[in-house]
Design a protein around this ligand. Structure first.
Ligand code: ADP
Ligand code: ADP
Ligand code: MG
Length: 438
């Protein structure tokens, strides 16, 4: 069993990992930038190491500083959380080379899936349907040729993309030539890799993803799906499970496809296989080789602690449960609470939290790393917490969510709580028929 885990992240996910470590009797080491001295993940971890100045490039993305902190504190493993270095194959390899267990898949598996165009190929080999599209397009001319084959509108996507960036839609040739250059430039600056591929643009599909978990003995299971179609700028706003938009038959097929793909990739640890669903057809779009923001939805639905499972698997333990033993009860929803003003075009709203009342009661879980008097620094992602709610059915989950969102009182900054309250009243959301174009 691992003894000491260094957490290469901040905010709520770092605290989430601290909690898993504590329950397992594993010592936790936090890292923090100068902007995070007062952060909750630092207060709760057993030990903490300062790794540099506020800009992420000089702290949370500094591979050498993080490995050094692990060596200094005698950690034997590293948990990367999500974002930052979580899907960086070079970081996973650097951990391994330093004799540290990387709590995630192998560097090779990350590499294989990290290029979204190459991942499509792997999916096809595993017999998993992909959106009609192309391999990487070397030039705008090549892209135009492909678009003529698959038909407009097309989606221009960065092979190295993530977080909804490096994606453009094109209705015709002229637009495509422009979109190709724009997406390429955006991807070069955001990901250091401007490779572009095309997909047929689907009008109003559902985004449904499957949680998988695999150990080092070749066991792979799925923990059902999450519906993530409520999006803004192709980033998730809220998530729920089970998906209200798919049949049992589609659910079975998608979960089976996700497991096949994980096997084909020689995958270990937690991962998510993302699909677009159009009627009864589903298409692979990408695999996220890490724990995801919305993993608590699955934890509420199945009762399985995914982060503890990650640590156990990384310790060399087999999966703690078999496919047929994965429970699945009720309905769960997650609301991302961002420090943004939904009435001012989601303008960031960092600053001091002058007053805080956190919801509780039946079926309510809050994953957050803020407290009264805490000042949200302006340097990082705007997500400050997640409200996760469980109910025996979707109707109960909706009523309970409204109740909990109203109990959530946060003063000093603007948040997306009012947006979520409006969404709960929205007909499209209520009907469960909302899609990514909504
Ligand atoms: P999830 O798929 O877990 O919902 P998101 O797509 O919202 O996660 O991404 C989680 C966090 O990681 C966000 O802050 C996002 O900006 C960041 N992120 C995701 N993919 C990448 C990437 N390839 N490079 C850099 N940051 C990323
Ligand atoms: P990222 O790596 O940034 O998460 P994804 O490939 O997962 O990018 O796509 C993000 C979102 O963009 C999807 O959830 C969906 O809303 C939209 N999208 C992606 N591909 C397509 C497509 N071919 N047609 C329509 N919408 C798409
Ligand atoms: Mg995605």
């Amino acid at each position: 069993m691992l003894d000491k885990v260094l957490i290469a992240n901040r905010s709520e996910i770092a605290l989430r990992v601290v909690r898993a470590c504590r329950e397992l009797g594993v010592t936790s080491v936090a890292v923090y930038s100068d902007a995070d001295e007062e952060a909750l993940h630092v207060r709760h971890a057993d030990e903490a190491v300062n790794i540099g100045p506020p800009p992420a490039g000089k702290s949370y993305l500094d591979v050498e500083a993080i490995i050094e902190a692990a060596e200094e504190t005698g950690a034997d493993a590293v948990h990367p959380g999500y974002g930052f270095l979580a899907e960086n194959a070079r970081f996973a390899a650097a951990c391994r080379d330093a004799g540290l267990v990387f709590i995630g898949p192998s560097a090779e598996a990350i590499e294989k899936m990290g290029n979204k165009s190459a991942a499509r190929r792997l999916a096809e080999e595993a017999g998993v349907p992909v959106v009609p599209g192309s391999e990487e397009s070397a030039s705008a001319d090549a892209a135009v040729e492909t678009a003529e084959e698959i038909g407009y509108p097309v989606m221009v996507k960065a092979a190295a993309g993530g977080g909804g960036r490096g994606i453009r839609v094109a209705e015709g040739e002229e637009e495509l030539r422009k979109a190709f250059q724009v997406a390429k430039r955006e991807a070069e600056s955001a990901f250091g890799d401007g490779s572009i591929y095309l997909e047929k643009f689907l009008a109003g599909p559902h985004h449904v993803e499957v949680q998988v978990m695999a150990d080092h003995e070749g066991n792979v299971i799925h923990l059902y799906e999450r519906e993530c179609s409520m999006q803004r700028r192709r980033q998730k706003v809220l998530e729920e499970a089970p998906s209200p938009g798919i049949s049992d038959d589609v659910r079975q097929q998608m979960c089976g496809a996700a497991v096949r793909l994980a096997r084909e990739a020689g995958y270990a640890n937690a991962g998510t296989v993302e699909f677009l669903v159009d009627g009864d057809d589903f298409y692979f779009i990408e695999m996220n080789t890490r724990i995801q923001v919305e993993h608590p939805v699955t934890e509420m639905l199945t009762g399985v602690d995914l982060v503890k499972e990650q640590i156990l698997v990384a310790s060399g333990e087999p999966l703690s449960l078999k496919q047929e033993d994965v429970p699945f009860v009720g309905h769960a929803m997650e609301f991302r609470i961002n420090a943004e003003d939904p009435d001012q075009d989601f303008m960031p709203s960092p600053g001091e939290i002058t007053s805080l009342e956190v919801p509780g009661g039946p079926g309510v879980r809050v994953d957050s790393a803020i407290y009264q008097g805490y000042t949200i620094p302006p340097f990082y992602d705007s997500m400050v917490g997640k409200l996760v709610v469980w109910g025996l059915d979707r109707e109960e989950a909706i009523h309970r969510s409204g109740r909990a969102l109203r109990e959530y009182r946060l003063e000093g900054i603007k948040t997306t709580i009012p947006l979520h309250l409006r969404l709960l009243e929205d007909d499209a959301f209520r009907s469960g028929e909302y899609h990514t174009g909504y």
